[in-house]
Design a binder for this molecule. Structure first.
Ligand SMILES: O=c1[nH]c(=O)c2[nH]c(=O)[nH]c2[nH]1
Length: 285
């Protein structure tokens, strides 16, 4: 038996970059968390500690800041693609680079004043390798809730089933979605906003018999409306809102008083895809 090195990658995680574009009379703010990850022929450093083929993670971090100064930042997908292309082939050993970005939102309060958004985070992940550039955009922490139009029943009752059937429940989730683009060039801001709107509208419009059905409706809405998107992956935690039993106090509870349960939660995950587009299993994380 021999012990061998398996798949590996390395990079600088969570480089925090705040960029101020100082336009005349009006500033623009971009707040990013950038993670780089490189791979290729890195056997030497693992096997003997020979670092001749290693682009130091400290240099990767410096590149993020230098590129922000030299080229500006712009849309996260474009910034990530510029970095990923640069790292790929930066040394002969580096044959693939992935740059993942979280963008924190700030709402403008004035020409140079901003308020940090409390809500969701925009994400992207761009991979460059010998085959080209793949762009995956996403959103996390997009919390949505319907106070009705959600039922859950018809599931089998076996030995361990206690959940009552319901024809009217609260349905809440924090959307974690990632979608792969067909190309590597797009109006990234408009595309991202369009996907977010499609996700939200499908959640609002769907009369739901399961969160799984809602997931499919949300993914379908995105693919029907956004031709630039090849496939979308959704992870939807079911943020259970449990009806409180008020009978001990002589009170009824006609779907008005709930406890928002923290843990455990159902986790509904799925991919919605076009049947004429090739899968790209290596491009996800
Ligand atoms: O929408 C739901 N899907 C499930 O699979 C499930 N399971 C469960 O206990 N509650 C729910 N709700």
């Amino acid at each position: 038996m021999a012990i061998v090195l398996g798949p590996n990658r390395y990079g600088k995680a969570e480089t925090r970059l705040v960029h101020v574009a100082r336009g005349p009379g009006r500033h623009a703010l971009t707040d990013l968390n950038v993670s780089t990850s490189l791979s290729g022929d890195l056997a030497a450093t693992h096997l003997t500690g020979d670092n001749a083929g290693v682009l130091a993670t400290d240099s990767q971090k410096n590149t993020v800041y230098a590129f922000a100064r030299e080229h500006g930042v712009g849309e996260p997908e474009a910034f990530a693609a510029r970095l990923a292309r640069h790292f790929t082939g930066a040394l002969p050993t580096i044959t693939a680079a992935t740059v993942a970005i979280e963008q924190y939102g700030w709402t403008r309060l004035g020409p140079h004043s901003f308020q940090r958004d409390g809500g969701h985070t925009r994400t992207c992940r761009v991979t460059a390798d010998g085959d080209g550039v793949t762009v995956v955009s996403g959103v996390t922490g997009l919390v949505l809730l319907n106070t009705t139009d959600s039922e859950f029943h018809g599931f089998p009752r076996e030995r361990y089933t206690t959940l009552p059937e319901t024809t009217d429940r609260v349905l809440a989730t924090a959307v974690d979605a990632r979608w792969r683009h067909l190309g590597d060039d797009a109006d990234w801001a408009a595309s991202w906003a369009g996907v977010r709107d499609a996700l939200v509208e499908a959640f609002v419009d769907t009369y739901s018999y399961s969160l799984q059905q809602t997931l499919m409706a949300m993914g379908t809405r995105v693919l029907k409306r956004r031709p630039e998107v090849a496939e979308i992956r959704l992870a939807l935690p079911n943020r259970h809102h449990l009806l409180v039993d008020l009978a001990p106090f002589g009170l009824d509870n006609p779907n008005e008083v709930f406890v928002a349960a923290d843990r455990p939660y159902g986790l509904i995950e799925g991919t919605v895809t076009r049947d004429d587009v090739a899968a790209a299993p290596g491009q996800w994380w």
